[in-house]
Each structure stands twice: as structure tokens, then as C-alpha cells.
Ligand binder design. Structure first.
Ligand SMILES: [Zn+2]
Ligand SMILES: [Zn+2]
Length: 361
């Protein structure tokens, strides 16, 4: 630990961080509030950008609803497919036809329009109380051309935990316990695929203000304002957003495509200020970037608060410390990422931050 060197200060000082909530449903599909109302909630919760992914519609986009709403940048994508292989697409202009049985067709169509996308809730486990117990999984891993995977989806994880009345009630009253750690299978798949090529991780909410009904009783699980303080995606830019909508949209999307972003569980604490980068000679690269291996490269992870910092190479943990800063001299090529955990209750820990990898090729 100790004093920061000038170089570290330099990279930290020239990055601008924006916090966003991704994968939101509005009244354009099965959400329960309008884009305007949801933007207002985002403003109150202090978010910088929100991304909508209504099912099989771009109504909001075609109605001209993208733009700045006070301090919140509203972007509109789409969620494609019905029973399986849900895909979150961005920067597209025309509806993408469903192809549950051939998700490659969906990915290709998104790319043909100049857009990009993420695999959503790939290992989702259904809940007997929602959608008749159906889990909307991703079934085809032979696909290519997608930018990344959502590694942490609040609504989906909650559903997977609510398997009985008792557990549903428990997780309703202890909503933080539903997201102690993302789905292991998703992380494993991400680690495996990212050894072949860059795979960007995002986190999302899948917010609907979903109403859970049991006889005469009903609960809203979970309100937008709650989910906006749970799983978020933070992007890092080299210059601030300008309020020029076209330019800002391009740059937010570009940071997401490049993986200059990290995923946080903001129920654990404010994660603004987290950084993960590599330094060698007089050069630096941040998460999401691919660099050529050189002797003397140092990986540095900086946490806004003391945390358990785990360094993972090619899916395997190689170092774990309890501190605010982790340093590691890179001794071999690999896909390096960090995950941070914080103690929540006695010996229980909860995952807090997941970096995107630095790819040392
Ligand atoms: Zn979905
Ligand atoms: Zn969804």
C-alpha cells in the first residue's frame, strides 16, 4: 500500500466514471412504468445512464425517447427471443426477428445493423411462482460475434433462489441475500470463452416492477428504485460526457463494447472509484484492453474501500488479499481479472465488484 506513485495518479485522474443500470423493461413491453417515469427514478437514485431492453420492440427508440433526461442518459436497445437464448442488443434501428432455435441468426442481424449485444441470464433457474417455473437459459455456446455476457442479473438470480413459499418470502425480505455471488456457471463460461477472445462482462437488473401474485396477495418484486441501487455497470471514459446526445451515446456504447467497464453490487457499498489497470515502462492499459506480454508489467487493482481482492488468471485464483490495493507482477500471458468481496455478517462475505479482464496475449 502506501503512497501512490505519480503514474498511478495519472491514470486515475484522467478517467471519468459513469454508473449505469442496464436491461430495463418499460410499459413498451412487460414493465410497469413509462420511460419518462423510470428516468426520473434513475435521476433520484443518482445513476448516470440507463439502458432499456424491452421485449421485441424498439417503440421507445422510434418514438424519439432516447436522450438526456436531466442528468440521466437514456439509451434504448431491445431484448430478442422468447423461450430461450435471450439476447440484449444495442445500437440497432430495426426490430430483430426472434430465432429461439438459431441465436446465431439474431447475433448476425444485430451486427449487420451495426449494433452489438450481450447474452442475458444464460444459466437462469426458473421459479415455480414465475412464468410457470420456466428458466430462460442460453442453450447454444457454438455462437460467435456477440460482444459479451451479462454475468450478474438481479431479477434472474432472485428467481433462481425463490424455489418455495418460504425461500420466496425470505429473499423478499432479505433481498441482498439473493445476490451474494453471481451464478458460478456463468462466471465459469465467461472465463472459458474469454481465453479464446475478448468477452465483455456487464451486470443488469432486468427491472420490471414485477408483481408476484399468490391468491389475493400481491407484492412488487422489485421496484425500479430498489434495483437501481443493486447490480450496476460502471463505464470508464477518457473524457467526460458532453451532453451532446449523439456523441455521448456513441461513447457509452464504445466503452461497453471495449469492456472499459466493471460490474458492481451497490447494495454492498459505493463502488465508484474502483480501478484495474496494468502498467509497464511509461504505458498503461485499463480493463477491457488487450496488451502484449512484457517483462515487468504490473497489474494494479484499487478499491474505494478495504476489501478481499481476488486476482484470477484464466479462471483460476492466483492471489487473494484483504486490502485497498493489489499489485501483481505479470509473470505469464493470460486473461487477468479481479473480483472484490466484502464481509457482510459474521463470517459471511458478499461479492461487490467484478472487473473486466485485462488480456495479456
Ligand atoms: Zn430475458
Ligand atoms: Zn428482460
Amino acid at each position: 500500500m502506501g503512497m501512490k506513485t505519480l503514474d498511478e495518479k495519472k491514470i486515475l485522474n484522467r478517467l471519468f466514471e459513469y454508473v449505469g443500470n442496464m436491461h430495463i423493461h418499460s410499459t413498451s413491453s412487460d414493465g410497469t412504468k413509462s420511460i419518462e417515469d423510470i428516468a426520473r427514478i434513475a435521476q433520484k437514485t443518482g445513476l448516470d445512464f440507463i439502458c432499456f431492453n424491452d421485449h421485441n420492440t424498439l417503440k421507445g427508440l422510434h418514438d424519439g425517447k432516447e436522450g438526456w433526461y436531466e442528468d440521466v442518459l437514456v439509451l434504448i436497445g431491445i431484448e430478442v427471443n422468447k423461450r430461450c437464448n435471450h439476447y440484449l442488443a444495442y445500437d440497432v434501428y430495426d426490430i430483430i426477428p426472434d430465432s429461439d432455435s438459431n441465436p446465431q441468426q439474431v447475433i448476425d442481424e444485430v451486427n449487420r445493423q451495426g449494433g452489438f449485444g450481450f447474452i442475458a441470464h444464460p444459466f437462469e433457474r426458473g421459479s415455480p411462482f414465475i412464468d410457470g417455473g420456466h428458466g430462460f437459459t442460453w442453450n447454444d455456446w457454438t455462437v460467435d460475434g456477440y460482444v459479451g455476457i451479462s454475468i450478474w442479473n438481479y431479477s434472474s438470480d432472485w428467481k433462481g433462489k425463490a424455489q418455495s413459499i418460504l425461500t420466496a418470502l425470505y429473499y423478499y425480505y432479505n433481498p441482498g441475500d439473493a445476490i451474494r455471488y453471481p451464478n458460478y456457471k456463468t462466471l465459469e463460461r465467461w472465463d472459458t470463452e474469454s481465453q479464446k477472445r475478448k468477452i465483455v462482462a456487464i451486470g443488469d437488473s432486468d427491472a420490471h416492477d414485477y408483481t408476484f401474485k399468490r391468491g389475493a396477495l400481491s407484492w412488487i418484486i422489485f421496484p425500479y428504485r430498489f434495483l437501481f441501487r443493486a447490480i450496476n455497470t460502471h463505464i470508464l471514459l477518457t473524457r467526460p460526457l458532453t451532453r451532446n446526445f449523439k456523441d455521448d451515446k456513441l461513447r457509452v456504447y464504445s466503452a461497453l463494447k471495449k469492456g472499459n467497464c466493471f460490474v458492481s453490487n451497490d447494495m454492498i457499498g459505493d463502488s465508484r472509484g474502483f480501478r484495474f489497470f496494468v502498467r509497464w515502462e511509461d504505458k498503461e492499459a485499463i480493463m477491457g484492453e488487450e496488451v502484449e506480454f512484457r517483462k515487468g508489467m504490473i497489474l494494479i487493482a484499487e478499491s474505494p474501500k478495504k476489501a478481499i481482492i481476488r486476482l484470477i488468471r484464466n479462471g483460476k485464483q492466483i492471489k487473494s488479499i484483504m486490502d485497498r490495493v493489489l499489485r501483481y507482477e505479470v509473470d505469464e500471458k493470460g486473461v487477468y481479472r479481479v473480483e472484490l468481496l466484502r464481509p457482510v455478517f459474521f463470517k459471511k462475505k458478499a461479492a461487490w465488484i467484478f472487473s473486466n479482464p485485462i488480456y495479456v496475449r
